[in-house]
Design a protein around this ligand. Structure first.
Ligand code: GDP
Ligand code: MN
Length: 388
């Protein structure tokens, strides 16, 4: 789960990380009043679950409270499109106003879970700011990493080596050392998968100041982070993925595909996506309805697939173990009728009560093709493609 910049700042401030003074507002009048209380010269920033706002015109240095108000009037209630949002952009409902910091140097700092080393790893670059992606591609020598043992935390000798490599100008390293320690504590205490500060700047007084921050919380740990769950902003999420989450379905939208897949079990789901791809079609999504799939869950999964405009065929591949195939079939038929779906459906279903499951499907008005095995799925997809 992602949270907004202003919420991420609050969370880090609780871990003794200091930011320039700032406040969030949701109307131009509020933005004006906040800017005025800060003396007029401020940075105004759109709050959306995306970076790249600077380049997209969502961050502005304003010289007066009226300029801040005019800027917020232009941005609030519009959809800001950045290089990370996709063409639809995200709705700006709030803007953040902060005091201006004089920047001498922009750095990059993040802490994230690295799947290769299976550790939290700090990444830092002396060339942070809005072009960090380019630096990451072209200037690897300026990117430094430090792995942290998940049980032991930051080891002092590694920390010493890391900050020595960074060689920050005008720093006796006390500021960076306490910042790294505090970020690490915040990361562990809140089950984060990412804390990113870009830019982390050295200001005119040679202090180390974070100017932006992005935090992602591990979804699987949200059950024990009730306070953080309150920060969720569903207006910033993909509607279908949000609906899937509410029904405990593992759903990921994939771009470029036409086959809506409904499968139970992640392994079977992956194999089904492979078969789909091998046959020359592409999956429009990953969707695992889980082991003990009940009827309501199946119906919701079907609704999600049909409401995806990219989907031209539906492929259902289920192994009924704990779940019962006849119940699943009833869910599919009910959802199909409710939505008046005409899209062709390929079904492969095995396991508990699969025979009565197939009876239910065959006696319905589904636009149905039955596959007996994975090879059949491939053949049927090819046939559908040919008659397109
Ligand atoms: P992002 O583009 O979404 O990552 O938004 P940021 O909050 O990082 O802002 C974009 C850029 O605006 C930063 O990289 C800075 O160069 C600039 N910026 C943000 N805050 C300040 C500030 O207080 N002073 C100055 N001079 N520039 C700022
Ligand atoms: Mn940034």
């Amino acid at each position: 789960m992602n949270i907004h910049e202003y919420q991420a700042r609050n969370l880090l401030e609780k871990h003794n990380i200091k930011f320039p003074k700032g406040k969030v507002g949701s109307t131009p009048k509020e933005i004006y009043n906040i800017a005025k209380s800060f003396g007029g010269k401020v940075v105004v920033k759109a709050q959306i679950h995306s970076g790249g706002r600077g380049k997209a015109g969502g961050v502005k240095i304003c010289n007066s409270a009226s300029e801040a108000k005019e800027f917020s009037k232009k941005i609030i209630n519009t959809r800001l499109i950045t290089n990370q949002t996709g063409p639809e952009g995200y709705l700006v409902e709030k803007m953040f106003v902060t005091e201006i910091t004089d920047i001498k140097k922009e750095l990059y700092l993040s802490l994230l879970i690295d799947p290769d080393s299976e550790c939290p790893v700090f990444i830092a670059s002396l060339h942070g700011g809005m072009d960090i992606e380019k630096t990451a591609e072209s200037n690897q020598a300026n990117i430094f990493k430090m792995n942290c043992d998940p049980l032991l935390g930051i080891k002092p000798y590694k920390l010493k080596q890391f900050v020595a490599k960074l060689n920050l100008p005008g720093e006796d390293n006390s500021q960076i050392v306490s910042l790294l320690n505090n970020i690490y504590k915040a990361f562990i205490n809140n089950d984060c998968s990412l804390i990113e500060i870009n830019p982390l700047v050295i200001d005119d007084k040679e202090n180390l100041v974070p100017l932006d921050c992005k935090i992602t919380i591990d979804d699987d740990a949200l059950f024990r982070n009730k306070e953080i769950l309150k920060l969720r902003d569903i207006n910033q999420e993909n509607i279908m993925e949000t609906r899937a989450k509410d029904y405990d379905l593992a759903y990921v939208k994939l771009s470029g595909g036409t086959v809506g897949c409904m499968v139970n079990g992640a392994g079977l789901a992956m194999a089904t996506m492979d078969i789909t791809t091998k046959s020359g079609c592409y999956p429009a999504n990953f969707l695992d309805v889980g082991g003990s799939s009940d009827k309501e869950k199946i119906k919701e999964a079907f609704r999600i697939l049909v409401s995806d405009k990219d989907v031209k065929y539906i492929l259902i591949n289920l192994f009924a173990g704990i779940a019962k195939a006849d119940l699943i079939a009833e869910g599919i038929v009910e959802a199909n009728n409710e939505l008046n779906n005409k899209l062709p459906i390929i079904v492969s279903m095995r396991g508990t009560n699969s025979e009565s499951g197939f009876e239910i499907l065959k006696n319905s008005n589904l636009n149905l093709r039955v596959a007996n095995d994975l090879g059949d799925i491939s053949k049927l997809l090819l046939e559908l493609e040919k008659t397109k």
